[in-house]
Design a protein around this ligand. Structure first.
Ligand code: BMA
Length: 370
C-alpha cells in the first residue's frame, strides 16, 4: 500500500459515519440522493439499490442484442447460456444517435436497443450507457484524436457549441423515450466521457485541459437536467488506469454532478501469464485507491468495463473474482461479444473452454459478502 492510499485510509476512518449534506439518514441506513435534484423516484431507488450491494453484480455489454456468432435472437444471452444468469447490468452504446443514424456504431438498431432496455428493466436489471459521439471538428468518429480542441469547441464559447447542444437534444429524446409499463422513463446509468485518463477519445487527457474536461461534464449534466428535463439518469465518472488517488480525481468534475465512481480496466500484453498478473495487481491497486475515496464521498463505485479479449485464460474470471468480490465494488461489467468479429469477445460463449470458470465466478458473486 503506498503512502497516499494509507493517507486516504486514515481520512476515511476519521470521516466514517459522516454523510454529505444532501444524503438522508433513515434509521441506520444512509439514503443517497441523486445529483439531479429532480431525479425521478425510480432513479433515486436505483442509486440506493446499487449502493446497497447485496452481492457483486455482473454486467455485460450489449448482452441481449447479440453474442458470439448470433444477432438479435429473442431471449438469447451469451452470459445466460453459460452462467444461468442474465446480466444484472447491461451496457449500451449510443454512438451514431447524434447523427440521426438508425443503428449505433456497432450496428445495434436503436429500436432494438430501446426494446432490450425495457426487457432489462423488467427483469430487475440496470441499464448503463456510453456515448462515443463523433468528433465535431473533423466529422470522423470519436477515436479521431488528430487534433485537440474538440472539447473547447463544444463548450459555451466554442464554435461547435450550438451543434453539440443539438446532439444532446437527440440524446435526451432517446433516453427519455425508454419507458416502463406505467409510462415512466426507465432509470439508467450514463457514463459519458469515460477513460478520460487516456488519450484515445476526443475528450482524452492530452486533448483538453483539466478545466475544459470539467466544464464539458458540468455543461452536459446541467443542460440535460435543467434545460432538457432529463430526470432518469445517474452520472458515472469512469477513468482509465491510474496509480494514485490524486490522478484519479484530477479531472473529477464535482460531487454535485457525479453519482457513481468507477474505472475501466483491461488485460493487455503478449505474455499471457505475466500480463494477467500485471492486470490483477492493477485491478487490486485501483480498487484499494478508489474504495476509500468512494466511501468518503458516500458514493458507490464499480468496475465499469473490464475484460481480456477472446477469454484466453481458462481461470481468468475466478481470479478476477478473488480480487474484486471481497471489495465493496457494486458491479463489474465485461465488454461485448461481437457477432461479426470472431476474436472480439469478453465473456465465454457456450462450449468455450473458459465457460465453466465464468459460471463458477458468476455463482460465487451470488454469495452475500457484506
Ligand atoms: C470498442 C470495440 C469496438 C466498438 C467500441 C464501441 O471497445 O468493441 O469494436 O466499436 O468499443 O462499442
Amino acid at each position: 500500500m503506498n503512502k497516499l492510499v494509507s493517507a486516504i485510509g486514515v481520512a476515511t476512518i476519521m470521516l466514517s459515519g459522516c454523510v454529505t449534506n444532501t444524503n438522508k439518514q433513515v434509521g441506520t441506513e444512509v439514503r443517497l440522493t441523486a445529483t439531479d435534484p429532480q431525479a425521478t423516484p425510480a432513479t433515486v431507488e436505483m442509486l440506493n439499490k446499487i449502493n446497497k450491494r447485496e452481492h457483486l453484480m455482473v454486467g455485460h455489454q450489449d448482452d441481449l442484442s447479440y453474442g458470439h456468432t448470433w444477432n438479435e435472437e429473442a431471449g438469447r444471452s451469451d452470459m445466460k447460456e453459460v452462467s444461468g444468469y442474465y446480466p444484472d447490468v447491461c451496457g449500451w452504446e449510443l454512438g451514431g444517435l447524434e447523427l440521426g443514424e438508425l443503428a449505433n456504431l456497432d450496428n445495434v438498431g436503436f429500436d432494438d436497443m430501446h426494446k432490450h432496455m425495457q426487457e432489462v428493466h423488467k427483469m430487475g436489471g440496470i441499464n448503463t450507457m456510453t456515448w462515443h459521439s463523433y468528433n465535431l471538428i473533423s466529422g470522423n468518429n470519436c477515436w479521431d484524436v488528430s487534433q485537440s480542441g474538440v472539447v473547447a469547441a463544444v463548450l459555451p464559447e466554442g464554435v461547435k457549441h450550438e451543434q453539440y447542444l443539438k446532439w444532446l437534444d437527440k440524446f435526451a429524446t432517446f433516453v427519455t423515450s425508454v419507458k416502463d409499463d406505467n409510462g415512466e422513463a426507465i432509470p439508467m446509468l450514463f457514463r459519458p466521457y469515460h477513460e478520460l485518463t487516456g488519450s484515445w477519445f476526443w475528450w482524452g487527457a492530452d486533448l483538453c485541459t483539466v478545466d475544459e474536461y470539467k466544464q464539458l461534464w458540468r455543461m452536459t449534466h446541467e443542460y440535460l437536467t435543467k434545460e432538457k428535463g432529463v430526470h432518469n439518469l445517474l452520472y458515472v465518472y469512469s477513468t482509465g488506469d491510474f496509480n494514485d488517488g490524486a490522478y484519479y480525481l484530477e479531472r473529477y468534475p464535482g460531487d454535485d454532478v457525479v453519482d457513481v465512481l468507477g474505472f475501466d480496466i483491461y488485460q493487455y500484453g503478449e505474455n499471457l501469464k505475466d500480463a494477467q498478473q500485471r492486470f490483477l495487481n492493477q485491478l487490486k491497486l485501483e480498487a484499494e485507491i478508489l474504495s476509500p475515496i468512494a466511501k468518503e464521498k458516500n458514493k458507490p463505485w464499480a468496475v465499469c468495463e473490464a475484460g481480456l479479449e477472446s477469454c484466453l485464460i481458462d481461470d481468468w474470471f475466478t481470479k478476477v473474482g478473488e480480487v474484486i468480490i471481497p471489495t465493496d465494488a457494486r458491479y463489474i461489467l465485461f465488454w461485448r461479444n461481437a457477432h461479426d468479429q470472431e476474436k472480439h469477445f469478453y465473456v465465454p460463449y457456450a462450449g468455450h473452454s473458459a465457460a465453466p470458470d465464468f459460471k463458477k465466478f458468476v455463482e460465487s458473486t451470488r454469495v452475500k459478502v457484506q
